[in-house]
Ligand binder design. Structure first.
Ligand code: ADP
Ligand code: MG
Length: 594
């Protein structure tokens, strides 16, 4: 059964604290044995008393002392083991919860951008929190209850056959019935609960998606629509959850009823056996205790299985993410080339996302160190993908990419990315201070280096105008800054990193003329002394480039300098006329003379 595999996997995650875990298992074993021994001793004592009574004599203390001594001994042991479990089970599960959360977090950060494009961050966050806290509960449950229950059911119950096999058989029939009932209900509900969990995840994804786009929701007056959509998912979730709950309510009722019947059965069978001389009074007492204890244990197990069934889908989601392999990784023997010069070459590079449409088709070009290259072409023509291949968001399906003559796949991912700075089209910032955002580029940067970077990025003035200057917190994704400000912070961040190669997915958003000019100046400062790739939408950027590469449907169709391409009067010339030259006289920032 699915749930059983997941359960075992969760327990195996205790591996890093295996010794403590084993000690706790041993303590549980001891607890179960002690709990089992008590009724036996109790029964023996009663038998001694009954025998003495039937022989019409007073019982001798020395007959009882060994039994009482053993009882006290077990009692003390129980206390000791219980203290051990109480002290360490919680701590262990808390430690491992945080540990596994950190492992998941690190793993997720390593997963390729392609993965993150297809999986919502709200989903990933929910999976992390749900998975880790539920695992902690599983561990805690295991040490507090389950372990002892398993021992009681699978080891001690068969042993009770040696005390009185007739009474023991009745108990075993009871356990068997329990097992069948539980397995039946489990089978009915396992699939149903998987569906419920999908609704749970949808709920989290919807909510976090809405919160992330709150401005759109408010301005498009979508509050009601979004809320009712969420309610709809909730309703579907409840509809799917109810039948599962009904089945398990049935299990609980059946458990209760059979508990009463079993106690009655043991008593009746015991008495009739006793009348035929096949059971002593002490054995009846012992088995009544066994039955009570076992019923308690079984109720626990059924309750636990019911509960774990509800969380198995959450744990499966967690493991699914944990099992996702990063698509690009270090090849064995990959080396760190140190600081690269920045001579970049694409050799017949082909790449497809989905094996159906080719996003980058047989692209070849060679860029000398220090050059500025503009990539132009209509949207969807493969520009971003081409540059993604350069910093190994993906690896090419065919062909190869080299820097300074070395295949990208022969260097470690970390050293490659240290050599490449990316200014993303959407300037993604952390909800931290401006300074912390800058230091992402270089954690140990001096104040002077930071000042220089923000000056080159034309960001000094607006940062000075913020309430707390560099210490100003910029809000989630940098919301409290304007688009152009965010863009300049992200340029400063890349400049601070000071990489030999810079990738610039230029913002398409219409910026005002002043900001545009500032951004242009920032860009020029950034490109100095580096190999720079710019996905360009502005004429000024394109004019300043050493070379322009024109993309169409994944292929490079033209390449050359601005003047060459205009003179050729081909695709670029047409594109330039349509996109950049139109209205050149009215918009100062688009004036070719700049
Ligand atoms: P550009 O940057 O020139 O606008 P892209 O490189 O982003 O173009 O896209 C090239 C092609 O690859 C497009 O057809 C686009 O739909 C497709 N594409 C881009 N990103 C993905 C992705 N993550 N998964 C699948 N297809 C993608
Ligand atoms: Mg793009």
């Amino acid at each position: 059964m699915q749930f059983f595999r997941v359960y075992i996997r969760v327990l195996r995650l205790l591996g890093s604290e295996a010794i403590l875990a084993l000690v706790l298992v041993a303590a549980n074993l001891g607890l179960a044995i002690a709990q089992f021994a008590e009724p036996i001793l109790f029964g023996r004592i009663i038998d001694k008393l009954a025998t003495a009574q039937s022989e019409s004599r007073a019982v001798q203390w020395n007959e009882l002392v060994p039994l009482l001594g053993a009882w006290i001994g077990f009692g003390l042991f129980t206390i000791l083991a219980a203290v051990l479990v109480a002290l360490h089970a919680d701590r262990l599960s808390h430690r491992r919860r945080l540990g596994i959360m950190a492992e998941y977090f690190e793993h997720v950060l390593h997963l390729p951008l392609g993965f993150h494009t297809s999986v919502h961050s709200g989903r990933l966050l929910k999976t992390m929190l749900d998975g880790a806290s539920n695992m902690a509960s599983v561990w805690l449950n295991f040490f507090r209850e389950n372990c002892a229950s398993f021992v009681a059911v699978f080891i001690l119950l068969p042993l009770s056959l040696f005390i009185n096999w007739r009474l023991a058989s009745l108990l075993m029939v009871l356990v068997g019935l329990f097992g069948i009932l539980t397995a039946f209900i489990l089978k009915r509900t396992e699939g149903m609960q998987g569906k419920v969990e999908q609704y749970h995840t949808d709920l989290a994804e919807r909510a976090s998606d809405a919160l992330g786009n709150i401005a759109v929701i408010q301005s498009f007056t979508r509050i009601e629509a979004e809320t009712s959509a969420l309610r709809q998912v909730s309703r579907a979730l409840l509809d799917a959850q109810m039948p599962v709950l009904s089945w398990w309510a049935l299990a609980a009722v059946a458990t209760r009823a059979s508990a009463t019947l079993t106690l009655l059965g043991i008593f009746l069978l015991g008495v009739s056996l006793h009348l035929n001389g096949l059971a002593t009074i002490g054995e009846i007492v012992t088995f009544m205790s066994f039955a009570t204890m076992l019923i308690g244990r079984l109720e626990q197990v059924v309750g636990f299985i019911n509960w774990i069934l509800l969380i198995v889908p959450k744990l499966e989601d967690f493991f699914e993410v944990l099992d996702t392999k990063p698509a690009v990784g270090d090849r064995p023997g990959a080396v760190d080339p140190g600081r690269l010069q920045g001579h970049v070459a694409f050799e017949h590079v082909t790449f497809t996302y989905d094996k159906r449409r080719i996003a980058v088709n047989d692209v070849s070009f060679d860029v000398a160190a220090g050059q500025t290259i503009a990539l132009v072409g209509s949207t969807g023509s493969g520009k971003s993908t081409t540059l993604g291949l350069l910093h190994r968001v993906f690896d090419p399906n065919e062909g190869r990419i080299t820097i300074d003559g070395m295949d990208l796949r022969d260097m470690t991912l970390q050293s490659l990315r240290r050599n490449i700075g990316v200014v993303f089209q959407e300037p993604m910032l952390f909800a931290r201070s401006i300074e912390e955002n800058l230091r992402v580029g270089k954690p140990d940067a001096t104040d002077e280096e930071i000042a220089l970077a923000i000056e080159r990025a034309q960001a000094t003035d607006f940062i000075a105008q913020q309430t707390d200057g560099l210490k100003t917190i910029v809000g989630e994704r940098g919301r409290s800054l304007s688009g152009g400000e965010r863009q300049r912070v992200s340029i400063a961040r890349a400049l601070l990193k000071d990489p030999p190669i810079l990738i610039f997915d230029e913002a398409t958003s219409a910026l005002d003329a002043t900001t545009e000019k500032q951004l242009q100046a920032a860009l020029e400062a950034a490109t100095k002394g580096r190999t720079t790739f710019v996905i360009a939408h502005r004429l000024a950027t394109i004019r300043n480039a050493d070379r322009i590469i024109v993309f169409d449907q994944g292929r490079v169709i033209e390449t050359g300098s601005f003047d060459e391409l205009v003179a050729r009067n081909g695709r670029f010339a047409a594109l330039a006329r349509a996109q950049f030259m139109a209205g050149a006289g009215t918009a100062p920032s688009q004036n070719p003379a700049e």
